[in-house]
Design a protein around this ligand. Sequence first.
Ligand code: M6R
Length: 586
Amino acid sequence: MCGIIGYIGKKDAIPLVLNGLKNLEYRGYDSAGIGAIVNGELIVKKDVGKIDEVFSKINISSIGSNITIGHTRWATHGKVTKENAHPHTDCKNEIAIVHNGIIENYQELKKELISKGHVLKSETDSEIIAHLIEEEMKQRNFEDAFKKAIEKLKGSYAIVAINKNEKEMMGARKESPLVVGVSEDGYFIASDVPSFLDETKRVIYLYDGDVVVINNEIKIFNKGVEVKREIDSIEWDAEQAKKGVFKHFMLKEISEQAEVVKKAIMQDEKIIKEIVNAIKNAKGVYFVGCGTAYHACLEGSYIFSKVAKTHVNVCYAHEFPNYVHFLTPESLVIAISQSGETADTLAAIRAAKEKGAKVMSIVNVAGSTLVRESDKVLLQHAGPEICVLSTKSYTSQLTILVMLAYALVDKLDEAKSKLKELIRYIYYLTSKNTQEYIKKLAEKLKDARDIYLIGRDLQYPTALEAALKIKEVSYIHAEGFAGGELKHGNIALIEKGTPCIIFTSKENEEGIIANASELKARGAYVIGVGPRNSEVFDFFIKVRGAEEANSIVQIIPIQILAYQLAILRGLDPDRPRNLAKSVTVK
Ligand code: M6R
């Protein structure tokens, strides 16, 4: 959940690390810090706050360094304080480390270190890593001490470490992402590629258990043995990971959806066919994911049922352990994830693999752990999604699911032409005109205490996803319901003026308009989203019918509404409180 970066090379390291941290801020923004080796001294600067706030208070522009590490924190162990911010150092302030993950055995290691005379300054699990290295260095050099220290850790980690007496940088990863950027003049070790895209597009994806040692050269070890890892080239360019003319990444990414759907359609048909065959031959297919990706899974199960009469089980990745007893080597698990690094999703596929099941996935980030650990992968090609909220990755996942469903009944070309027809319409849905229109609704809803979102059939997952978008960025309580569930309890919540957003479609108009009328009769302020207006609606957002692809177009106005609500409430849509983009801890 935190962002880490280190640079070692000929260039001035501090500006590179600060720029890298800004590009990683989506991973956490409670506090930030850097550790730099300057003329043989270790300088650590850190504080509470977002990166700009922290570094505007600290004058570092005049410091020159060739080895620097940096960290942007999303707190897990220990409060948000300066002491708990990274980097953490050893007793002598010679070693500095940055860490992302959770060290499960830190209490026991901490006790041991204290008994050996170490003095710890923070409440974090991370600090012990610096002291462990210090302890090991009593008997061995920095590189070997780092490796020994890593062997003692249980849990998940991505770590970068430096030592003021060495022209070296160490990195290690287990269940937390870590990549190496290879540039003309040096190396980066970081949580994610956008951190160094301004400098290089050449990357080495580290594997679980890898330890990387960089000095004059780079060496990678796994289980004590030196290993070779390929240098890959990133297809994204630095501009794609910047806001450009947009004020926020959220709006930029919402606005990119026409292009993103276009790219999702251009899938390798051979892989689609292979996945379709695997689905046909499997005895039990499971879709797993978390958050928005889970909503894509749920929507996918409806689409598969409707288009291909194919049943799939849908499960939150973190609840998947309840299903593993049913898995056999003939089962197929399809994981959906933007980042490909969500710890719960990775745990689910690993559990499936243990049972011999096949794992296939729909992922946006190439080179991610999920990509590496899957038997087959459909890459979304949606470009970097920086905003904490998933927007374009959702519509892209839905596009792929529609194609898979049609491919199951040998109608892939039909799906492609249907989806292509939607592209121009998505441009319209994300246009300034639509944004202005939805702003009027946002002004009416900005002080609402609760917003309810209701859909039936294919529109039910849309209602769940719409509620997630509103709540995570505007902090207004929002809940999605299935229309049929209203009278089983939820309608008790409706008071005079309660905003209710109703997703309609030609196929379920009768049932959902009946729900809207029941809500209206209890005083609700009823907002319709769909192809046809109704007298029951107080506000109407027209979205043309798109059958199984309805969910792709209907979510867009609500993504815009969520964005507008955040702006009107004075919130930063790219950095919602308590959240981080990649949930790499369980
Ligand atoms: O990277 P993933 O798609 O696996 O992430 C899953 C969820 O953490 C993610 O969708 C999260 O719910 C977002 N905040 C939704 O906007």
